[in-house]
Ligand binder design. Sequence first.
Ligand code: ZN
Length: 429
Amino acid sequence: MPYFFFSLFLLFILTPSSLVNATSNPNHTPINHDLYHSSAGLLEQIKALVHRHPDKLSVETIEAGNRGYGAEITVVTYSRSRKKADDKSKYRILLVDKFLVFQSFGQHGRELITTELALKILSVLSEEQFLPNKDAVFLNRTLDNLVLKVVPMENLNGRKLVEEGDLCERRNGRGVDLNRNWSVDWGKKEKDYDPYEENPGTAPFSEPESQIMRNLALSFEPHMWINVHSGMEALFMPYDHRNTTPIGSASQQMRALLSALNQIHCQNHCVTGSGGGSVGYLAHGTATDFMYEIVKVPMAFTFEIYGDPKASSKDCFKMFNPVDLATFNRVLNDWSAAFFTIFRLGQLQVFGNNSEAAASSFLSIDDYLDGYLMERRNRYSKKMEVLDLGMQEIRTYFRLFLLSSVLLLFMFCSRISKSSRPIVSALPL
Ligand SMILES: [Zn+2]
């Protein structure tokens, strides 16, 4: 009998705490470590990837701190002409005809899936992984003129809190929401303000993480900014602090891009429009509003890549992250493909301003659609012959469909439909 109690005691002290938590909180899904890297493991993988591909990738770690709090941010830069770009004095000149994209992942600690997507995109850029439905011609044209800055885990300190068991934590290591700490409309509080979710900090840019990100954006001057989050599936453009989109051609271009992406990659089920008008609440002091208003990034977006609306609002890991292998892989494959599509479409918009480039842009849209239809053909190979016969018609149909959608949006999109707030107690944006 004493052996029985001794065994029970041993079982108790040897059981991992995560298992105890999962057992005592049956509604709280624990982090699936078979699918997700730890923060240290993920950053290690990324640094090893850069080390294997010094011709394309470089990495730096930037540190900052104040009032006894320190933060560090790892930044990876992708450029095919990286060797030539090493000479700093020539760097800006080399960037003149390049399409510059700045992406951030993991700004909220609990959104682990976004950081896995950063690793996936860097693996595709280094050609260690491939997009299943993109051909080499498409990828080459997209990457030739691309310079991409990726912050794979903006909120490392907050992420560590999540890994220590606070699965609902979205703020940084001292309780500030890094997507409310920017200066555009900073500090305004709505009636349903919840400091656990949205604490904006003591002042704009009070947080070292936001300071690092602001400096990166101001020195890089990207054409495109994408802040990657999870909690729902959505493609947002400015503004977050108002329920309207900006006026003018830049706004129309952003709307056209999101419309095309929604058709191609979301089968039109992604919520699109201004963050403030579509997510169901206004967000003040966000990164995307700063990028658009102050840095003057012409294409500034927030993408929400996954959400489980059926999950309990306290079951944060499940609400913000896929929990099974099939969904995990689908999200990473679909969204990495979507990013390469928007890099391509964004390039066409930026370099379509002069007539020569504009002509090649229209050709490229055709090429793009050819590539896209080829992908569809490969995906549905059983219908090869039928598709071969119908390729020309389908291509024409797609071109007209895409162009007419853009035109319709230009004409009628002054009003963005407002949807009900998807998650009351845990905000995605
Ligand atoms: Zn978020």
